[in-house]
Design a protein around this ligand. Structure first.
Ligand SMILES: Nc1ncnc2c1ncn2[C@@H]1O[C@H](COP(=O)(O)OP(=O)(O)OP(=O)(O)O)[C@@H](O)[C@H]1O
Ligand SMILES: [Mg+2]
Length: 258
């Protein structure tokens, strides 16, 4: 096993347990179109979704069906044409730009296929990046970054630059960074798309283990059947809306240490 099972320090657990009682993500009738030279391209068409803390959702669907567009909107990086998004009782799109940036920073963790690590920053600095967006990271956040880096098995590489890391190692750093602000919602766009099958499986196990301990909501877009099957719910994005069971099979075996 390349990492140790991560246990949250008591003060973080208390915060998360208190907030997870009410943690909800609700999407109603979301619509999004893009202008083209002809008629508008309808990508999301009255899409609705409801998730609670601890849920993990795999979104699958053909290329171009709107999966990344949906994640961008849930991540508040793009706005819908109509419909509502409520995260933890907040309508982020009712906030002004500054409030929205703060909301995003403290409530949403992102993991992208190509990691988006800053090349000039080392592992610790990359993990700490979200904590310094609105000022200096607190001592607790620095301690938390160290603990997350240890939990993803990267302590011996803490001063290394991304160019000195393998794809799987970069992915681990991206997972640690996505969790450093204790987000309510973790969004992952093809997080294991660039990894070999073994590494992808390890990363999936690690991500789901941490997400469950945090009581966060995880939404992952994936083309991998293995990753999709390990999440508690699977939905397909077709024709602008999500199909499939919303109750899921709860087949995830993510907490199994390897
Ligand atoms: N900013 C944009 N302007 C115009 N069209 C866009 C824009 N972003 C996405 N699209 C279009 O919207 C559709 C959905 O794109 P999106 O990236 O969400 O698909 P996807 O399901 O993530 O696909 P993939 O599996 O290939 O990543 C595509 O037809 C794409 O060309
Ligand atoms: Mg995409």
């Amino acid at each position: 096993m390349a990492w140790r099972r991560f246990h949250l320090p008591r003060q973080f657990r208390k915060d998360i347990m208190a907030s997870s009682d009410i943690l909800r993500l609700r999407i109603n009738d979301l619509c999004k179109s893009f202008a083209t030279v002809d008629e508008p391209l309808v990508v999301l068409n009255r899409l609705s979704l409801e998730l609670s803390g601890g849920d993990s959702l795999a979104i699958v669907g053909p290329s171009g069906s709107g999966k990344s567009t949906l994640l961008q909107i849930i991540g508040t990086l793009d706005r819908p044409d109509s419909g509502t998004l409520i995260i933890d009782d907040t309508d982020p799109f009712s906030l002004n730009d500054k409030q929205l940036a703060k909301f995003r920073n403290s409530n949403i963790g992102f993991i992208f296929q190509d990691h988006h690590l800053l090349p000039q920053l080392n592992v610790l600095q990359n993990v700490l990046l979200p904590t310094i967006a609105f000022g200096k990271g607190t001592d607790d956040q620095v301690q938390r970054a160290h603990e997350l880096i240890e939990s993803v098995g990267m302590t011996d590489r803490i001063n290394h630059l991304p160019s000195e890391l393998s794809g799987g190692q970069k992915e681990r750093v991206a997972i640690a960074r996505s969790l450093v602000m204790s987000p309510s919602v973790i969004l992952a766009d093809e997080p294991t798309g660039n990894l070999d099958a073994n590494t992808a499986g390890e990363m999936t196990t690690l991500l789901l283990d941490l997400q469950k301990q945090f009581g966060a909501i995880l939404i992952a877009v994936t083309h991998s059947e293995t990753l999709a099957a390990s999440m508690s719910q699977q939905r397909e994005l077709v024709g602008g809306a999500l199909t499939g069971s919303s109750t899921g099979s709860s087949t995830g075996s993510s907490t199994t240490d390897q």
